[in-house]
Design a protein around this ligand. Structure first.
Ligand code: ZN
Length: 108
């Protein structure tokens, strides 16, 4: 049985994986986008922890080796930016991939 686009119910050709060729509906979200969103959320959580106070979230409770905990607290802004940056990069990469697929479909 042929797959159908959930948006316009047009039959989908075999090679339509990401974008419906009829209406341009995004059929599937690239995995990178989902991972990227997880990273961005994690970055926001870390940002919240940073605002709350990195030394107050239990890093120094003995759960994490003291040296590592101190290193994390010192580099916390970097940690937040890095995590959020990775997420933003993955989401942007996925968005670009979808955009190129849209362009390919539009040109066909
Ligand atoms: Zn469609």
């Amino acid at each position: 049985m042929a797959r159908r686009c959930p948006e316009c119910y047009a039959e989908l050709p075999e090679d339509a994986v990401w974008v419906c060729p009829t209406c341009g509906y995004t059929l599937r979200t690239p995995g990178a986008a989902k991972v990227g969103i997880v990273f961005m959320v994690l970055g926001l959580v870390l940002l919240g922890a940073f605002v709350y106070g990195p030394e107050r979230i239990g890093l120094t409770s003995g759960l994490v080796p003291t040296d590592l905990a101190r290193l994390m607290i010192v580099n916390f802004p970097l940690l937040v930016l890095g995590t959020f940056g990775i997420g933003a990069f993955l989401v942007a990469a996925a968005a670009l991939k979808l955009r190129s697929e849209h362009a390919r479909v539009a040109a066909a």
